[in-house]
Design a protein around this ligand. Structure first.
Ligand code: FHN
Length: 415
């Protein structure tokens, strides 16, 4: 948990047979702003047809080194990739389901093994995303709120499905070296079902005691879980409509799309700007949370230039300003419209994201500030203090920066 809290910034990757469709099925398009990895459900694609489509998965241009290097260049410290999404297709060499990228497609390689080896080499922690919800498996029965029209028999054995899930998780936890953890999703499809969570969590912790369990069930944390994750929202906010407002004591994370879809959607051009993305990273840190930023690679294994460009720009930013993010905790002032604060030891970082003026008045930070300097360049920042707070006078020259970061050294400091 300590490393997770420290590392703050990760790459999320949604990649599977849905990437081949890129948001289109038989002339129908998923609307912009909606999730292309949900195409099977959106257009009620029968399992039989989807399975045939999946045979075409052949990412000949996939290069694990390039993906991991890109994450690293952006300043990301961990990576979460879809080992199995809701469509039930294993993007790794499963021995308990032939419906996997090695046995089912001409590709024959195991991209998750290649990624795991590369992550080891480059010092990036790897998580496997695993969808508990399954639109393909016949034993995912009784059904929940989705996957109702894929043409499966109206019967099945729920415990057999859970055994299958545990068998796949066992493979993932034993064949790919040490993992950062397992990132679960999909329990929200059947919230009232008996998921045998405690058995599954115990299995994971037995196989890899340091693997973190990150459940995206949109509820308050349950026993055995290690991280609380929020989807498309900062902790405590619920613009997405399904996030809990309860914030527990675990390390926190926010997952975020770079455009509006998790999986590759060829017509979704609504990429967030670099400035917005920096804002999310900073506001996440100001809320004590990590940012898990998603990309949806193309089916051939390449990454869209819009994503590459943004990740490289983020890398330039983290190279200078990363010290105000990594290893910090939320600062003394809760996030505001103008920005957020983070803290490491005696230093409070004031992130000015959205403030046009030079003078900025802050409430009390609970200690006396003895020095204020710009993080980039080290210029002194004017400061007046009273019991009610501090007024900073920011240098004019930096006003077009996405984040003007002021370092406040507090009186408890020894420097
Ligand atoms: O349905 C999924 C969605 O496709 C995507 O994987 C996101 C990522 O956080 N989670 C689910 C919705 O809660």
């Amino acid at each position: 948990m300590a490393w997770f809290r420290h590392d703050k910034f990760g790459m999320f990757i949604h990649w599977g047979p849905y990437s081949l469709l890129a948001g289109e099925w038989k002339g129908q398009r998923v609307p912009v702003g909606s999730e292309a990895e949900w195409i099977m459900e959106r257009f009620n694609i029968p399992v039989k047809e989807y399975r045939e489509m999946a045979r075409r998965m052949n990412p000949v241009n996939f290069n694990a080194d390039q993906w991991v290097s890109l994450a690293k260049a952006a300043g990301m410290k961990y990576l979460v990739i879809t080992a199995k999404h809701h469509d039930g297709f294993a993007m790794y060499h499963s021995r308990v389901s032939e419906y996997n990228i090695v046995d089912w497609t001409p590709f024959k390689r195991d991209p998750l093994k290649e990624l795991a080896d590369e992550c080891q080499r480059q010092g990036i922690k790897l998580f496997f995303y695993y969808s508990q919800l399954d639109w393909h498996h016949p034993d995912y029965w009784p059904r929940g709120s989705t996957g109702l029209k894929t043409g499966r028999p109206e019967s099945g054995d729920w415990n057999r499905y859970l055994d299958f899930m545990d068998a796949e998780l066992t493979e993932l936890l034993t064949h790919y070296g040490p993992l950062g953890g397992i990132w679960f999703d999909g329990m929200w499809d059947k919230p009232a079902a008996n998921w045998r969570l405690q058995e599954t969590y115990a299995l994971i912790h037995r196989l890899q005691p340091s693997a973190l369990i990150v459940p995206n069930h949109h509820q308050a944390p349950l026993p055995g879980e290690d991280v609380q994750t929020f989807e498309q929202d900062l902790p405590g906010a619920n613009t997405a409509g399904f996030n809990t407002k309860v914030i527990g004591a675990l390390p926190l994370e926010t997952s975020l799309t770079m455009n509006n879809s998790w999986g590759f959607n060829i017509t979704d051009r609504k990429f967030k700007s670099v400035r917005e993305l920096i804002g999310y990273l900073v506001r996440a840190a100001g809320n004590d949370a990590n940012l898990l930023l998603n990309i949806g690679p193309r089916p051939d294994g390449t990454i869209q230039p819009e994503a590459i460009e943004r990740l490289r720009e983020l890398g330039k930013w983290t190279a200078t300003y990363g010290t105000s993010i990594y290893g910090t905790r939320k600062g003394p002032i809760p996030p505001r419209d103008w920005g957020a604060t983070t803290r490491r030891g005696d230093t409070v970082f004031v992130h000015v994201l959205n403030w046009p003026d030079r003078a900025l008045s802050l409430p009390s930070i609970g200690a006396r500030a003895v020095r204020a300097t710009m993080l980039a360049g080290g210029q002194a920042v004017g400061m007046t203090q009273s019991d009610s707070g501090i007024t900073l006078t920011l240098p004019a020259s930096a006003s077009d920066e996405p984040d003007r970061v002021v370092m406040l050294l507090t009186s408890t400091g020894s420097r």
